[in-house]
Design a protein around this ligand. Structure first.
Ligand SMILES: Cc1cc2nc3c(=O)[nH]c(=O)nc-3n(C[C@H](O)[C@H](O)[C@H](O)COP(=O)(O)OP(=O)(O)OC[C@H]3O[C@@H](n4cnc5c(N)ncnc54)[C@H](O)[C@@H]3O)c2cc1C
Length: 598
């Protein structure tokens, strides 16, 4: 039976037929690989995800981690699955051979990761955080920090976290107050409270490497005065053995709607419960230069945000496959044109309205998977393209696409989960079926790694205007080159191209109109609507790209792709018209609604 997690057929199409990932093996970094090594690691990921991650997904949700005041307790399957994952070398899938990694292209490593996110998003979150942490240290840590912390992370012995948020500082990191006092020995002592820290405490690994944003007293106010520190749960001796317990303490676990298997923690740094070196205060090691911490964190954000978008996609994708499977097997009702009560009932997939719900899901999840892999391919381009100009281009395009790659799947693959429940009828609303959990799990993704609203501000307030609008120009040029290719093909491809060209033109004109007054308050009032409209335009482009990559074949897979592309262009893309109209009118309905009027 085909997997209900993801479609390997779709992954193969995207990776090989569209993104031509085997071409990457001509670059020195990936020269040891070929299609067979890519296939083998994809196969291995599917197998481990199916055998070790999926089976405890529901139990991990029903029996979420508990804090007994001393220790975090959780079901043993989580640790067992993560051990298998690490032993297969998957933590370091995209990292250098020299570090013990497999040096795979990021796009292949991310395709592998999608299997785990679909199988069990909560268990998969631990390695996702660890890889993000390790990559940050590889980019900005000292050689000694890399040896001490990254190598054990690649081996799966240490896990990582990202400690940005505080109770009073979520979206507004400028307001964080955790302090780091410099010590004579070059270390710092941290005091403060971090909220919402995923994977902040557990006994799944020998050590936990917290990457913590904090202020060194005397530094500038706001985001320019934030530094980054490594704060390990256990101090590490020069020979790599674990030493004293550091003064970072679990104050409590947050009890969440979804993602329940990932511990989510309130952490106190420096409350004095432990006294490493005979004194209270969490021992921290500065990463890079003082006051550059947020920039270092943001260096990794593109990667983390693509990972979040891909997690949302994986949840939408597995929900869609479950709904499809259910719709093929659930008999209910009779065709619109054959109401004979003595005739057998038909499977619900025979009803056009159910096919509408399936096609909407298909267009969202396959489109989102394609976008996430496209962005992952850009991560490879930005580091390994032979020409500097191509590396720069990939970097800029990725910068513009990142808010969309994070937010679009978080919104529309959640909508897919909603439709998957609907396809299941009443059964979808029960805990006996899987789809309600996917919905709950997926609801997080529009909140963390920057809320939807913050990404709207980022796209319209920063990304499309930076460097005199260079990011937007590059995006529109990229769309234009797809339009030109599709126009040259003619037929239906050219029809779709004409619609995309119109939508791209509208994107450019509306952006100019929004900024025509030069007043950010006017421009940014409806930035979430802008994010949604431009997101749909980008996804239409991604669907046209897929359409063009389809070989001239008419089997079910290829016809299904074409129909999903048609659906997106006929049903979804036109929804952007009223959104652009609203934006062009510089509408102030929400802005003018005074708080006391609610
Ligand atoms: C399950 C979970 C896991 C998490 N994991 C981590 C983690 O590992 N590490 C970590 O550091 N953090 C983590 N977070 C924190 C997460 O990044 C924050 O929740 C998020 O940044 C939003 O902050 P907040 O919750 O304080 O909401 P707020 O910032 O208070 O936002 C509330 C609402 O107001 C809106 N809003 C706020 N400011 C503005 C503005 N200027 N303009 C327009 N709208 C605005 C937001 O969009 C949102 O809708 C996690 C959160 C959750 C729920």
């Amino acid at each position: 039976m085909d997997s209900l997690l993801l479609s390997r057929r779709d992954l193969d199409f995207l990776l090989y037929d569209w993104l031509d990932v085997t071409a990457l093996t001509r670059r020195p970094r990936y020269a040891d690989h070929d299609r067979s090594t890519f296939d083998a690691v994809l196969e291995l990921s599917e197998t481990i995800a199916t055998r070790h991650f999926a089976p405890h997904n529901k139990r991990n949700d029903a029996e979420e981690p508990r804090f007994d005041g001393e220790r975090v307790r959780m079901i043993p399957e989580v640790g067992e699955a993560l051990r298998v994952y690490a032993d297969a070398g998957l933590v370091g899938a995209a990292m250098d051979h020299e570090l013990g990694g497999q040096q795979l292209p990021v796009v292949v490593a991310n395709a592998c990761r999608a299997w785990f996110q679909a199988a069990n998003i909560a268990t998969a979150a631990y390695p996702l955080l660890t890889v993000g942490n390790a990559n940050l240290l590889l980019a900005h840590g000292s050689p000694e920090q890399i040896d001490t912390y990254v190598r054990p992370m690649v081996e799966g012995r240490f896990f990582g976290t990202m400690c940005l948020s505080e109770p009073q500082a979520g979206s507004s990191l400028a307001d964080l107050t955790t302090k780091a006092l410099p010590q004579d020995d070059g270390t710092h002592r941290l005091t403060g409270t971090k909220m919402w820290i995923s994977g902040g405490d557990h006994e799944l690994s020998e050590n936990i490497v917290h990457l913590v944003l904090a202020r060194i007293p005397g530094g500038p106010a706001g985001v320019k005065g934030i530094s980054l520190f490594i704060v390990p749960k256990f101090l590490v001796s020069p020979d790599g053995t674990l030493g004293e317990r550091n003064d970072v303490v679990l104050a409590g676990l947050n009890h969440k709607m979804g993602y329940r298997g990932t511990t989510n923690t309130l952490l106190n740094f420096g409350e004095g419960r432990y006294t490493p070196g005979g004194a209270p205060g969490a021992v921290g090691y500065l990463v890079g230069e003082p006051h550059h911490g947020l920039a270092y964190m943001f260096h990794m954000m593109n990667e983390a945000r693509i990972g979040v978008g891909q997690g949302a996609t994986a949840l939408g994708y597995t929900g869609y496959l479950h709904a499809l499977d259910y719709a093929r097997t659930r008999p209910q009702g009779r065709p619109l044109t054959g109401r004979d009560p003595s005739a057998p009932q038909v499977p619900i997939i025979e009803h056009p309205d159910v096919r509408r719900m399936l096609l909407a899901q298909k267009s969202y999840v396959e489109g989102a998977l394609a976008l996430g892999l496209y962005c992952s391919r850009l991560l490879d381009e930005e580091t390994t393209a032979p020409e500097r100009a191509d590396r720069d281009r990939a970097h800029l395009l990725l910068d513009v696409l990142t808010p969309i790659a994070k937010s679009w799947p978080s919104q529309w693959c959640l909508a897919a989960n909603d439709l998957a429940i609907q396809v299941h009828g009443g059964y979808g609303y029960t805990r006996e079926y899987d789809v309600e959990q996917y919905y709950r799990d997926n609801r997080l993704n529009a909140i963390h790694e920057g809320t939807h609203g913050i990404h709207g501000l980022d796209l319209l307030g920063r990304k499309v205007v930076m460097d005199g609008g260079a990011g937007l120009r590059l995006l529109l040029d990229t769309l234009a080159s797809t339009v030109a290719r599709a126009t040259a093909v003619g037929g239906e491809a050219a029809e779709l191209a004409a619609r995309l060209a119109q939508a791209a033109d509208r994107t450019g004109r509306t952006t100019a109109r929004l900024w025509s007054t030069g007043d950010p308050a006017t421009a940014l009032t409806n930035s979430s609507t802008y994010l949604e409209a431009v997101g749909h335009v980008v996804l239409a482009w991604i669907w046209l790209e897929q359409y063009l990559a389809l070989p001239d074949r008419t089997d079910a897979f290829h016809e299904g792709k074409r129909q999903a592309a048609r659906y997106f262009f006929r049903v979804e893309l036109p929804c952007t018209g009223p959104q652009f109209d609203l934006l062009d009118s510089l509408d102030r309905t929400a802005a003018d609604c005074r708080p006391e009027w609610f």
